[in-house]
Design a protein around this ligand. Structure first.
Ligand SMILES: [Zn+2]
Length: 227
């Protein structure tokens, strides 16, 4: 089992979105198997064939037949304290729906072996046939990712920076709520616009007037626009 940061960069970013969207809807998910080696895939393929258990995959390891070996698939589990694969409440179908809305291909839609806790990027079809034809091995495919933008960590940092900038901008912009708060140089203009109904606050008592807007209104007034 490998880490999320070894997956295709776009898939990393989609996992970030998926976790957030699921969380917002009260579905707590964890990320399980991501990138898989040939050996790991062989062990899975043996299940229900040469070792006991039921068949879990049709993908042979040596043939790079699993999307997990190409770094474009991941599995999830429920992470809310209940059994990790408990699905009496259609938890996996609900997460599947959210993933699909983000553009992921969901294993629950597979024709042969349904794979409810599985998602993959849809860009190369449902199976690795196209990837194999184009890149031969996963290693060749991984090399093409280098020019890909933003890993999950970079994205988290980026989003937090955007938030900080938004907060700073909001803090900087003063909002005037009452006419009594207005600076003297703006009072006559704003009062006039209120009286004429040209400017309306969000209510009788609340101007909700941003400073930048107030400045523009005063400048316009001085230019004779509201005469
Ligand atoms: Zn899977």
């Amino acid at each position: 089992m490998r880490k999320v940061d070894q997956l295709h960069p776009r898939l990393q970013s989609l996992i970030f979105d998926l976790k957030e969207k699921c969380q917002n809807q009260g579905l707590k998910i964890g990320i399980g198997e991501c990138l898989r080696t040939v050996k790991e895939q062989e062990a899975l393929y043996a299940k229900g064939r040469t070792v006991s258990g039921s068949v879990v995959t049709n993908a042979k390891g040596s043939a790079y037949a699993s999307m997990h070996q190409w770094g474009v698939a991941f599995d999830f589990y429920r992470n809310d304290g209940r059994d990790t694969y408990e699905n009496g409440d259609s938890f996996f179908q609900n997460v599947g729906k959210i993933g699909k809305s983000l553009g992921l291909e969901w294993g629950g839609d597979f024709k042969s072996i349904k794979d409810l806790p599985h998602f993959q990027l849809p860009d190369w079809g449902s199976t690795p046939a196209k990837l194999k034809a184009k890149y031969k091995t996963p290693e060749n495919f991984f090399k093409t990712w280098e020019e890909m933008p933003m890993t999950e960590q970079e994205r988290i940092k980026f989003n937090s920076l955007v938030k900080q900038v938004e907060t700073l901008t909001l803090e900087k912009e003063k909002i005037y709520h009452y006419t009594s708060e207005l600076p003297d140089w703006a009072k006559p203009t704003i009062q006039k616009l209120l009286d004429r109904g040209i400017y309306k606050g969000i209510s009788e008592s609340d101007l909700n007037l941003p400073e930048t807007v107030m400045r523009v209104l005063v400048i316009n007034d001085r230019a004779g626009i509201y005469k």
